[in-house]
Design a protein around this ligand. Structure first.
Ligand code: GAL
Length: 459
């Protein structure tokens, strides 16, 4: 039996726009994802998150599902436009009440809420009026929103995550334009990322100054990174893999854990990469109580020598020209429904890379999971491939812990099938199957399996 440390946190994760629905209810304002999903051609099959999993109305049933499988922690995100419909100004009492009730319901069932403040659904007004994350005024505006959340929920929430995956917001939202707000540019990703880092730091500073002393919670950020394995032993491929990781994870983690952007980004991106002021640097350095990481897949990296990298619908690791990295998959690797290669050892290598580069931080895997083509038969879903995936990835996480990595938690993406962004409802990541016509939830085999893992605190 592979026993995890006693204080290890096991959970599942979701995000507001992907599950809530109720897009025009409870005084909610529109978000950039409402607008993006309603723009023809942006989402597969014209799907939208208008109703999604109807979690807005069914949250009690969903908490009951969690309790039934013995879940101890649940990561969800707050829709900013429920709290402040136009992104600024007076809080909306109905929005506050929704999350307050959800938090109470979780606590009543012994489930710890891990709350993400921003999982991509920016209030639309801030995009229209200010150009969203490009605007240097955004960090203060985000801090004010965060303050409302700390004030209203911080008495019961002990784990805060400011941003989910700034890399995705920057590259897919402002670089490739496949996610909201749909901008295409080679400089805007770096500007957006810069303001997100400043916003993160401002919210953390406020939390630490005003709330943490009384509320005793912890705050961090979730970054995402695939593993990049050198294609060959050559020095140029090893450097290419390292460069790819620094452009992916170092971009956001270096300023927080080391004090500035990676040198390799400074050199290559040059004037398109904004500079932190000395005050920014002081505020950003050390602004995380733990290291949140989402991880899904691995690719080989080689020096591109001008060849362009393959592009998947969800990006290829950043702006290829800036990195000069060619990414490839081993044709023998099995793939998920996302087309992502299943390479469990990539997780262990990534955990070690983080451990080395950031000097042994406390790491929490805030997302990991597998998209499968699930089918219901006799009210059951036999998702053996997902169970294999999870078991293999968890085994590698276990090994990393044995080897000294300070890994403290694992959140499975996702509690239930949901709106998978540009791919709509065509992709299923859940351990509960959702029938979108009836909104019925069916526990898949993986839900039972994961329940046992949590009960035994091990594999
Ligand atoms: C992450 C994201 C989640 C989920 C997952 C699977 O990047 O945070 O919202 O969609 O990927 O694609």
């Amino acid at each position: 039996m592979k026993k995890f440390p006693k204080d290890f946190t096991w959970g599942t994760a979701t995000a507001s726009y992907q599950i809530e629905g109720g897009w025009q209810e409870g005084g909610k304002g529109l978000s950039i994802w409402d607008a993006f999903a309603h723009t023809p051609g942006k989402i597969k099959n014209g799907d939208t998150g208008d109703a999604a999993c109807d979690h807005f109305h069914r949250y009690k049933d969903d908490v009951a599902l969690m309790a039934k499988m013995g879940l101890k922690a649940y990561r969800f995100s707050i829709a900013w436009s429920r709290i402040q419909p136009a992104g600024r100004g007076k809080p909306n009492p109905k929005g506050i009440k929704f999350y307050s009730d959800l938090i109470d319901e979780l606590l009543d069932h012994g489930i710890a809420p891990w709350v993400t403040l921003y999982h991509w659904d920016l209030p639309l007004a801030l995009q229209l009026e200010l150009d969203g994350w490009l605007n240097p005024a955004m960090p203060e505006i985000f801090r004010d929103y965060a303050a409302i959340c700390f004030e209203n929920f911080g008495d019961r929430v002990q784990h805060w995550i400011t941003f989910n995956e700034p890399w995705v917001v920057s590259i897919l939202g402002y670089g490739q334009g496949v996610f909201a707000p749909g901008r295409v540019s080679t400089s805007e990703p770096y500007q957006a990322g810069h303001q997100i880092l400043r916003a993160h730091a401002k919210a953390v500073a406020l939390y630490r100054e005003k709330f943490q002393p009384k509320q005793n919670g912890r705050i961090g950020i979730t970054n995402n990174c695939d593993w990049r394995e050198p294609l060959t032993d050559s020095e140029s491929d090893r450097l290419a893999a390292q460069r790819a990781l620094e452009f992916f994870l170092g971009w956001f983690a270096d300023p927080i854990f080391r004090g500035d952007y990676p040198d390799v980004m400074r050199e290559r991106v040059a004037d398109r990469l904004p500079k932190f002021t000395p005050e920014d640097k002081t505020l950003i350095l050390g602004s995380a109580d733990f290291f949140g990481i989402n991880h899904y897949t691995t690719l080989y990296a080689a020096e591109a020598k001008g060849k362009s990298a393959p592009t998947t619908p969800y990006g290829n690791g950043g702006i290829s020209e800036d990195q000069d990295v060619l990414l490839t998959a081993d044709p023998h690797w099995d793939k998920t429904e996302m087309g992502w290669s299943i390479v469990p050892w990539g997780l262990r290598k990534l955990l070690h890379w983080i451990d080395d580069r950031y000097e042994h931080p406390e790491i929490v895997i805030t997302e990991n999971g597998c998209a499968c083509s699930d089918r219901v038969s006799n009210s059951k879903v036999h998702d053996a491939k997902r169970i294999q995936f999870l078991s293999d990835y968890m085994s590698e996480a276990y090994r990393a812990i044995q080897e000294g990595v300070n890994l403290k938690g694992y959140f499975l993406w996702s509690l239930m099938d949901n709106f998978e962004w540009a791919l709509g409802f065509s992709i299923r990541f859940g351990i509960h199957y959702v029938d979108y016509k009836t909104q019925e939830r069916i526990p898949k085999d993986s839900a039972h399996w994961y329940g046992n893992i949590m009960k035994n605190n091990g594999l």
